[in-house]
Design a protein around this ligand. Structure first.
Ligand SMILES: NC(=O)C1=CN([C@@H]2O[C@H](COP(=O)(O)OP(=O)(O)OC[C@H]3O[C@@H](n4cnc5c(N)ncnc54)[C@H](OP(=O)(O)O)[C@@H]3O)[C@@H](O)[C@H]2O)C=CC1
Ligand SMILES: CC(=O)C(=O)O
Ligand SMILES: [Mg+2]
Length: 775
């Protein structure tokens, strides 16, 4: 049954992955211009005749290519498709989705531009000649998924010929992460690297590079046993032997993995699915470290390994288990550091610096930002947290400077970094702009204990799709309101696997045993607001938002999501009546915060949906609520109170109102960085602000834009969203007694998933706060 479910889930994932790659445009990448081409003069500068000037400057001084072209931030991800993930030799064309994927990770995690290059070159010489000829184009070469032993030769020859970093990701990226995980795992096990027995399954690119790095960290060659498809690498073996395996060859009668696994402290699997049978684990040493890293299916599944050896520490290459040992933790950042100092190579010193940076990050106390972040439980160093998560924003902040420093000290930096604090500042700004803000929210939602989210629009395709995702990802336990026959037909029509009863609770609005209780509660809450018995009965039958609100109120759900259909104002009226404002917030001070994730960074806007024309006091209140929410994302809010007036340039009532709101905020929230009234461009540019008013208390770029009225806020939200192709997360309804979010009819299924994660985390925080409250 479980296998059946697993197969179904896998086929869903495959289908979703094909859809993801195909729509809205094929593939995962496009090229964007960084300079405007708005007029004739731009054209003359960017192209002929102007372009001749940088050409000649580079001819005279080649290093200026870093100043006049994108080369210094451009990496080639190159494959010949001969060892693609664990899929084998599927050829260069079929490898393209992986290479596009690596390109996207370079860009998202480290801001590095990539051309993915798939070449028809199974032979070493053709590969080397083709890649070497690309040197003028790139600042670095990342070789990917090239099979062993050819990859060793290719890398060796290219390194000797090229004056830019050449890095085989599957070898060295993997080795760096593996080494960090092993150093940390051995520390927890109380073992020394010099003493441990290491056995591999796999003797390919990744496995041999890992061993070489471990040896340079102190592991003893005599304690290392290599096995592959032909068994143990022993002296005299003829099948598939080469000079790269030679250092690990043993004079022995042992022939198979079974023969050498006894007493092993570290199993290093970089081979294929299912190679490590559970019965082999019983002979391993105490507290063994098992790295089962074959992708996508590991040498042993973690739950199987755990059952066989409860004392084991287990790592895989996958994101759905703890301890994800995957080279994505390394390659974006090692290249970031190398490119930023113009390194001519990635040498051993730089690799070791990366190992140390990653290993010590896992042991670091959670940073201020991480602790404040929406992340709820911050994992701490231990058997299930040997290495940082790939989404830890501190990875770039630790690895890139450590690598750049090692490059400078080892003499390979052609543009040495002289001001490291300024460099760190730049990296910090990148982290903020990278739009990875939702990642900690998702991990926190997974570990939240308050997971029951009720969806008023349970028949809507977007909700049904989102419900499957949140269930699969372990984000929430959905409760859907909808007619069973409609939900059933739609689930089948959309090819969704989840079913009411087994996977989620379904409340039938036409026939629910709690109908009477719901009506009674509604009369109790609304009797004094004109809701008659008759009206209450109709509302419970016909308005699913009412049922959702009542369910939350009765403690049957931890959070509610509604608004995919119908008017915002009507839903809001129900939320006000049924959920109400939280302690300390007045009912009419509820407000809606919108987060926009744009290619330029993340920006928050308030109030985008609730108050038509708020007073100065209400604006101050909504700013405080928004700031509190923003801090939960680990972001320090910087609020700008916007107007058509710039620091007193006009005295219209709306301008005066924003000025007053700024004054109130300075009084009641002195710790909040804010200022106003100001133009939106002054808010987003310190330079412009300084020109108009150098004494502003707001520093840097504002990240919270506060608007004088709903027209301005809502129009800006929708304009920016459409013009910048931005992702809208929200509206996040602030100030309610329990999490209740009213989405908009334009929301996508992805938007519903995002809001679900936010609601779950919020519910978890409330549950914790209630528990912590003294009676
Ligand atoms: N988690 C991570 O970050 C990374 C994971 N990987 C994964 O590691 C694996 C190997 O990658 P890579 O080194 O680049 O590939 P290679 O093709 O260079 O090496 C594969 C190695 O695995 C061996 N092997 C294959 N099947 C078996 C088997 N059934 N039993 C024992 N050994 C076997 C091969 O032996 P033979 O030569 O005899 O066929 C070869 O030594 C892949 O699954 C890949 O996805 C790789 C890089 C990073
Ligand atoms: C992660 C990776 O690079 C691989 O599996 O090949
Ligand atoms: Mg790879």
């Amino acid at each position: 049954m479980d296998t059946e479910k697993d197969n179904a889930a896998r086929s869903d994932l495959n289908e979703a992955a094909l859809f993801f790659h195909k729509y809205p445009v094929a593939g995962k990448l496009e090229i964007q211009a960084t300079k405007p081409l708005g007029n004739q003069r731009d054209l003359a500068l960017a192209y002929s005749p102007g372009v001749a000037a940088p050409c000649l400057a580079i001819r005279d001084e080649p290093a200026t290519a870093a100043d006049y072209t994108a080369r210094a931030n451009l990496v080639a991800v190159i494959s010949n498709g001969t060892a693609v993930l664990g899929l084998g030799n599927i050829g260069p064309l079929a490898s393209k989705p992986v290479m596009e994927g690596k390109a996207v990770l370079f860009k998202k995690f480290a801001g590095i531009d990539v051309f993915d290059i798939e070449i028809e070159a199974p032979e070493i010489e053709r590969m080397v000649e083709t890649i070497a000829a690309l040197e003028p184009t790139f600042g670095g070469i990342n070789l990917e998924d090239i099979k062993a032993p050819e990859c060793f030769e290719v890398e060796e020859q290219l390194k000797a010929r090229m004056k830019i970093p050449v890095f085989h990701d599957d070898q060295h990226g993997t080795a760096i992460i593996v080494a960090a995980a092993i150093l940390n795992g051995l520390e927890l096990a109380g073992k020394k690297i010099e003493d441990v027995k290491i056995v591999t399954s796999g003797a390919g690119a990744a496995a041999l590079a890992c061993l070489n790095l471990l040896v340079s960290l102190g592991a003893k060659v005599e304690n290392i046993w290599v096995t592959d498809r032909y068994g143990v690498a022993y002296k005299g073996r003829v099948e598939e032997m080469d000079r790269w395996k030679d250092p690990y060859v043993k004079e022995t009668n042992a022939r198979t993995l079974d023969d050498v696994i006894g007493g092993t402290d570290v199993f290093l699997g970089l081979s294929a699915a299912g190679v490590l049978r559970p019965e082999l684990l019983k002979d391993m040493a105490e507290k063994p470290l098992i790295l089962a890293l074959a992708n996508p299916v590991p040498e042993i599944m973690p739950e199987v390994a755990r059952a066989a050896r409860p004392d084991a520490m287990i790592c895989t290459g996958r994101s759905d288990f703890p301890n994800q040992v995957n080279n994505v933790l390394c390659f974006p950042y090692i290249f970031r550091g190398a490119l930023d100092c113009g390194a001519s190579a990635i040498n051993e010193e730089m690799k070791l610096a990366a190992v140390r940076a990653i290993a010590s990050l896992a042991r670091e106390e959670p940073s201020d930002v991480a602790a404040k972040a929406y992340s709820g439980e911050t994992p701490t160093f231990g058997p299930d947290f040997l290495i940082p998560s790939p989404f830890d924003p501190r990875l770039i902040l630790r690895i890139a400077p450590a690598v750049a420093k090692a490059a400078c000290e080892s003499g390979v930096a052609t543009r040495p970094i002289t001001d490291f604090p300024a460099y760190l500042d730049r990296l910090n700004r990148f982290v903020f702009r990278s739009g990875l803000v939702m990642k900690p929210v998702f991990s926190s939602a997974k570990s939240s204990s308050a997971k029951r989210v009720i969806y008023a629009d349970g028949e809507d395709e977007r909700v049904l799709r989102a419900a499957q995702v949140v269930l699969e990802e372990g984000i929430a336990q959905p409760i859907l309101i909808g007619r069973p026959n409609v939900v059933d037909v739609r689930l089948r029509r959309y090819g969704l696997r989840i079913r009411p009863g087994t996977d989620f609770e379904l409340i039938n609005p036409e026939d629910d045993p709690r109908y009477r209780d719901y009506v009674e509660l509604l009369i109790e809450l609304g009797g004094r607001r004109g809701i008659t018995q008759e009206a209450a009965r109709t509302m419970v039958r016909t308005e699913s938002t009412v049922i959702a609100g009542l369910a939350v109120r009765r403690g049957e759900a931890d959070a509610m999501i509604c608004g995919l259909e119908g008017r915002f104002a009507r839903h809001l009226r129900n939320v006000r009546l049924l959920i109400g404002a939280r302690e300390g917030v007045r009912d009419h001070d509820l407000s809606a915060l919108s987060m926009l994730i744009t290619s330029r960074g993340v920006i928050f806007l308030t109030d985008t949906y609730v108050s038509v024309d708020p007073t100065a006091e209400e604006i101050a209140e909504m700013t405080i609520l928004a700031a509190e929410e923003i801090r939960r994302f680990g972001i320090e809010p910087k609020a700008a109170l916007l107007s058509f007036s710039n620091f007193g340039s006009r005295d219209a009532p709306s301008a005066v109102k924003m000025r007053e709101a700024a004054e109130i905020l300075k009084r009641v929230a002195p710790d909040l960085q804010c200022d106003g009234e100001m133009h939106a461009d002054s808010a987003l540019s310190e330079h412009l602000r300084q020109r108009v008013y150098p004494h502003s208390t707001l520093k840097g770029e504002a990240n919270l834009l506060v608007f004088p009225n709903l027209d301005a806020a809502n129009i800006t939200l929708n304009t920016v969203k459409m013009m910048m192709d931005a992702l809208h997360v929200g509206p996040i309804l602030l100030g309610t007694a329990q999490p209740a979010h009213i989405l908009t009819p334009s929301v996508t299924s992805r938007g519903v998933v995002n809001m679900t994660a936010l609601a779950v985390v919020e519910a978890g925080h409330r549950a914790q706060a209630t528990l912590a409250k003294p009676d």
